[in-house]
Write a protein that binds this ligand. Structure first.
Ligand SMILES: C/C(=C\COP(=O)(O)OP(=O)(O)O)CCC[C@H](C)CCC[C@H](C)CCCC(C)C
Ligand SMILES: O=C(O)C1=CC(=O)c2ccccc2C1=O
Length: 329
């Protein structure tokens, strides 16, 4: 049984006000899932690391505004996801930590989601005003991809198409927006920096996409029963688990190739600090892919890989020239 399920059953069975309060606390923590916000902050942290490594200036206030806006936009995506999944019924029994299930207030959750979207976009508009209007267009594209993933009438995630959308949003689109946002006004006049965004964002976005892919394993039965044909439902848990090492290898290969080509400093290999959780994830899903109660944490192992790998790469890119200068002394 997953932690939220354990909490839900304890809660249902009664057991005193104190234990009820702590159970609800745990459900709320599972609903907020703060570690997930690592995926939202990564594109701009990578862009910051890349600019520092290139000896280009960094606009701290733009970085902070972008970070806050990205967190609000991911909060919108997750709250709206709970609302849309409540409408299809897929979360009704399998997700006691859905904010809609916890509060019983679908409309208020939707209002809160929309509030996060409006404030997040307003902050992005401010960032765009101080850099390039294209920033806002790219972020609107990210939000559009997020809506296509889960909102009616599209619900492309229900057809197993969520992973490419996720890669596009957190990879080229968000990274290009972040690169433009951190550049001095006027520097972005040359259009969207697709080349730099693809080079920098492709590997880390694959790690983010792995988080989404792993989030489907433990709920494969509920998803199938509600017509949600996630990649894991389509492939079966065994074949899907077999893809996990390839995700990890491809994410790392896309970061190591620029080092081998001499485009990035050796220190960019620091992204390898994500390897221990990746190995644990590969082993866990390889052995237990068919046991939902044992693999409920697989999404968070993937998240640890994504966070350590992305932070390692961002720091490695930023520190490269410093360490080269130190070594040359
Ligand atoms: C909401 C997402 C996954 C949850 O999916 P699922 O319904 O399977 O989960 P539960 O079973 O737990 O309910 C993630 C979807 C990601 C989406 C394709 C792209 C989102 C883009 C963001 C809105 C953009 C963020 C801003 C940017 C500047 C970083
Ligand atoms: O709740 C989840 O499972 C996810 C939420 C989320 O915002 C996200 C974003 C990017 C990749 C994966 C995920 C999730 O899995």
């Amino acid at each position: 049984m997953s932690e939220p399920q354990v909490v839900a059953s304890r809660y249902a069975a009664g057991g005193g006000a104190a234990s009820e309060a702590s159970s609800r606390g745990r459900l709320w923590r599972a609903a907020v899932k703060w570690p997930m916000y690592a995926v939202a902050v990564m594109p701009v942290l990578l862009a910051a690391g890349w600019r520092l490594g290139q000896g280009l200036g960094l606009r701290l206030e733009q970085l902070l505004l972008f970070l806050l806006a990205a967190v609000l936009l991911l909060a919108w995506e997750n709250l709206a996801n709970d609302v849309f999944d409540a409408d299809t019924g897929v979360d009704t029994h399998g997700k006691p930590h859905s904010v809609v299930n916890l509060t019983g207030r679908r409309d208020r959750v939707l209002a809160l989601a929309n509030g996060c979207l409006v404030v997040g976009l307003a902050l992005m508009a401010l960032v765009a005003l101080r850099s390039s209007a294209v920033v806002l267009l790219l972020v609107l594209l990210c939000c559009g991809l997020g809506y296509l993933y889960q909102g009616p009438p599209f619900r492309l995630g229900y057809r197993g198409l969520g992973e490419p959308l996720c890669w596009l949003a957190f990879g080229p689109c968000a990274t290009a927006a972040a690169l433009l946002a951190l550049a001095p006004a006027g520097e972005g006049a040359g259009g969207v920096p697709w080349g730099a965004a693809l080079l920098l964002g492709s590997g880390p976005a694959l790690a983010t996409t792995l988080v989404l892919f792993c989030s489907h394993f433990h709920q494969v039965e509920e998803d199938a029963a509600h017509g949600k044909r996630s990649p894991v439902v389509r492939l079966g848990t065994q074949r899907a688990a077999g893809l996990v090492p390839w995700f990890v290898a491809a994410a790392l290969a896309l970061q190591w190739a620029p080092v081998l080509l001499g485009w990035w400093p050796l220190t960019a290999l620091l992204g390898a600090i994500g390897l221990p959780p990746a190995r644990a994830l590969i082993r866990l899903l390889g052995e237990e892919h068919h046991q939902p109660e044992r693999i409920v944490g697989s999404k968070f192992l993937a998240l640890r890989f994504q966070a350590f790998n992305g932070l390692g790469l961002a720091c490695g890119l930023a520190l490269g020239p410093w360490l080269t200068a130190l070594a040359g002394r």
